[in-house]
Unconditional design. Structure first.
Length: 304
């Protein structure tokens, strides 16, 4: 049985300009100890998907229009706030997208790190502080015992991201959701952060959902990949299949856009056009207006 099983999930935003179908009828599973990648351009519905699972979509304007998301005996989409509170930060943790704004600037790092342990009754204050220092050392922070009492503004972007990872892993969660954990970090720190997540995942047996727009990141990190476009999963499969046998033209276009695969001196490939307006209905394939392989059929029927 899968650890998380999502069926026909729909999350829409009701705005003055119409209904934005941010996540439109998607289904996927996450197995124990698996690393699942969700890739796609900005606005494809990646973050809204996991925010829906965590109960973090603001309602209104957001509304869950349908579907289920089963975790153990709970449906995450209809569970009481008390049930979600008991799961969030304990069994399901999340690394948010922007470390610069995800930490409270008024609180010391120590207070923010030990909070999940105290809330879920996993340790007293003294034990929690020891675990916080130990976790900071694990994520590669020097002088952790001293720096744990610092404020967020005293850390660089890379160090704040390490703090976010330490906070997400301190309760030994069963599921870790990493929402673009390497955004705005330089290449060296990116590699260190991903290596750190992978190491913890292997040691603890944690299942990971990694959200990114960087195919290079998921290629050596994930077991399976979901490619999202226009609020839908347009292609899903094992990592090798996604890379070596791409089926959907959008997946091929994303791979053609990887700079490292371009011939030296050749103009870089870019996908023409703009992502679709999610508030406007499309009978066929939402990628058709940007696709060089599109036919008349693509405008009337969505591909399998």
């Amino acid at each position: 049985m899968a650890l998380i099983e999502v069926d026909n999930l729909k999350t829409y935003f009701h705005t003055r300009n119409g209904v934005v179908k941010a996540v439109d009828d998607i289904s996927f599973t996450l197995e124990k100890g698996e690393v699942l990648g969700i890739v796609g351009e900005s606005g494809s519905g990646k973050s809204v998907t996991v925010h829906t699972l965590m109960g973090l979509v603001p309602q209104p304007p957001g509304r869950i229009e349908g579907g289920t998301a089963k975790f153990d005996d709970s449906n995450l989409l209809t569970a009481d706030e008390s049930v979600l509170r008991s799961l969030r930060g304990k069994r399901i943790s999340m690394i948010f997208q922007d470390p610069m704004t995800s930490l409270n600037p008024y609180l010391r790092i120590s207070e923010q790190l030990i909070e999940p342990l105290l809330i879920h009754g996993q340790a007293n204050r003294e034990e929690a502080l020891k675990r916080a220092i130990n976790m900071l050392e694990k994520v590669g922070m020097n002088d952790a015992a001293e720096r744990v009492h610092s404020y967020p503004h005293e850390f660089s972007g890379g160090m704040r991201q390490r703090v976010m990872i330490a906070m997400a892993l301190i309760t030994d969660p069963e599921v870790l959701i990493a929402d673009e954990p390497t955004t705005a970090l330089d290449v060296t720190v990116q590699a260190q952060i991903l290596e750190l997540i992978k190491k913890e995942q292997q040691e603890l047996g944690t299942a990971v959902i990694l959200i990114t727009h960087d195919l290079g990141v998921v290629s050596g990190f994930c077991d399976r990949i979901n490619v999202m476009y226009g609020g839908k999963i347009v292609e899903s499969g094992p990592t090798k299949e996604i890379f070596y046998n791409p089926q959907h033209p959008y997946n091929r276009a994303l791979q053609n856009s990887i700079p490292a695969l371009q011939a030296k001196g050749k103009e870089l490939y870019t996908i023409p056009g703009m992502p679709p307006d999610m508030s406007k209905q499309s009978a066929g394939c939402s990628f058709a207006p940007r696709c060089e392989h599109a036919t008349d059929l693509c405008t009337s029927e969505p591909p399998e």
